[in-house]
Ligand binder design. Structure first.
Ligand code: ADP
Length: 477
């Protein structure tokens, strides 16, 4: 076996706020058959520490890591080989993993994740638990200082580094005055390094200094180099274009299998979805209109375009559509959706996070709507495909790469798996939803499309070998 240290701030099933956790949790099992053993380095949040139990072994100690003592623990939990950075002064606090009780970023987030990155580099440079990785696989800004630390330790040549961008919107910004506290070397603080408009930018550190870069879909890889999507880092990405690839995310096909999912009435064909649809209508208190039952499962943020869906909703309802939404996030959007629920009996809303309900929604839904303004890969449209909930998606990022839109050519050729619209504006989305209602009324076409959707490959079979090849290309000889 070859060896990779995968470094991230969240990982299913231990701690999750979004798709990053799903992917980090799925990679080890996906890459093992390719001959790569992944150990995952995570922060020791209370949720992680609780799951480690007494089996964890201390494999390294630090008397002072960014303001307090820290231990590196090694453990197996939830089928994963873990290394956990136990640093109570950084991680032992209740609340969300990135946000304090006031709903703002923890002020010491730069230290919390610089510490994680520093530990990753140290494990690569010195080894830990009698083990040393050949490749550091870093995820998002929280791990992105690692290539800088590696260089500073003089160890950049002994391990390959890959930074995967799951979402370019999050940079990890800190004031320049924190340089020393973050253990960052002055040599990198300039426009060609990790300096960004006078501040420290963690993601940029990784984009500049990692050996290779990847992101989670081919379309997003191209989009990232454009100002509309690059969030100020498009220039850096363009300069590293030759080192950047897009590799689609897969889903965990065991956890998301309509034939065995314990949360639902199991089914192997679209027709057998019916009991789930009925149960979902009842669970959400919706009286069946006979039209398509669309679902949304999402963070409620500007990125996700759900304000635009609110605008398109009356037209969809007028054509017989109905909708169940599960989500949480910005309070303004939460309020707007609750108001829509009050105003329209065909709309039902659950504010919150509920993994098991999300399974029942995919099983019972006729369609899943994903109107994102940008979407690096997106997972809910993949769950929708697998569960025969036809994806209605905007033409961006991974949504563009995973859904075959029902235009005339695709319908004639019998390959369509969903609907796509562009731009993310009311009329375009309303048009797609109108087409959804028409297709739904044409039972033969609809059933065929659902069967094709369910057969569309959404696992790791195609992407795992690509990651393996990428690891191979950067591992030291
Ligand atoms: P992002 O990572 O930008 O949030 P993705 O589509 O890549 O978007 O991943 C989101 C993941 O989080 C999916 O697994 C989705 O099912 C899940 N999810 C999002 N919101 C909720 C919620 N309110 N309840 C349950 N699961 C949710």
């Amino acid at each position: 076996m070859r060896h990779v240290l995968s470094v991230a701030s969240e990982c299913v099933p231990l701690v999750k706020t979004g798709g990053l956790a799903d992917v980090v949790g799925a990679l080890p099992a996906a890459l093992a058959p390719q001959g790569w053993r992944l150990r995952t380095l995570l922060p020791g949040y209370p949720a992680v520490m609780r799951k480690l139990g007494r089996k964890a072994r201390t494999v390294r100690e630090e008397s002072d890591l960014m303001g307090g003592p820290a231990r590196l623990l090694s453990a197996r939990a939830a089928g994963l080989e873990l290394l956990v950075l136990d640093a109570p002064h950084l991680y032992e606090r209740e609340g969300a993993i990135y946000l304090g009780p006031d709903g703002r970023d923890w002020p010491d987030n730069p230290e919390r994740f610089a510490a994680l990155s520093w530990m990753a580099a140290t494990i690569a440079a010195e080894g830990a638990d009698s083990w040393r990785p050949e490749v550091l696989h870093l995820h998002d800004w929280q791990a992105a200082f690692a290539p800088v630390f590696l260089r500073d330790m003089g160890a950049a040549g002994s391990v390959g580094s890959l930074l995967t961008v799951h979402n370019i919107a999050f940079h990890g910004i800190a004031p320049a005055s924190r340089l020393a506290e973050l253990r960052l070397p002055a040599w990198g603080f300039h426009a060609g390094g990790f300096e960004y408009y006078g501040k420290i930018n963690a993601l940029k550190a990784g984009l500049v200094y990692a050996d290779r870069l990847s992101t989670v879909s081919p379309t997003y890889a191209r989009e990232l180099m454009r100002p509309e999507f690059g969030m100020g880092l498009e220039g850096v990405l363009r300069s590293r274009g030759a080192d950047l690839v897009g590799i689609l995310n897969g889903i965990d096909e065991t956890a998301w299998d309509p034939q065995t999912d314990p949360q639902i009435s199991n089914f192997a064909s679209p027709k057998r979805k019916r009991p789930n649809r009925k149960a979902l209508l009842a669970e959400f208190g919706l009286a069946d209109t006979g039209g398509p039952l669309a679902v949304v499962i999402s963070r409620l943020t500007h990125q996700k375009g759900l304000d635009v869906l609110l605008e398109a909703l009356p037209a969809f309802i007028a054509r017989g559509g109905q909708l169940a939404l599960l989500g949480s996030g910005d309070s303004e959007l939460e309020t707007a959706w609750l108001l829509a629920e009050e105003a329209m009996p065909q709309v039902a809303v659950r504010i919150g996070y509920d993994e098991s309900l999300s399974h029942r929604m995919m099983a019972g839904g006729d369609a899943v709507i994903v109107p994102s303004r940008f979407e690096p890969c997106g997972l809910t449209q993949l769950y929708g495909l697998r569960y025969g909930a036809i994806p209605v998606v905007s033409l961006t990022g991974g949504l563009a790469d995973t859904v075959i839109p029902a235009n005339d050519a695709a319908l004639t050729a019998g390959v369509a798996t969903g609907l796509q619209f562009h731009p993310v504006e009311r009329d375009a989305l309303a048009g797609a939803l109108a087409q959804l209602c028409d297709l739904y009324a044409d039972r033969r076409t609809w059933n065929r499309m659902q069967r094709r959707a369910m057969a569309h490959p959404v696992g790791w079979a195609a992407s795992a070998p690509r990651y393996a090849a990428l690891y191979e290309s950067i591992a030291p000889a």
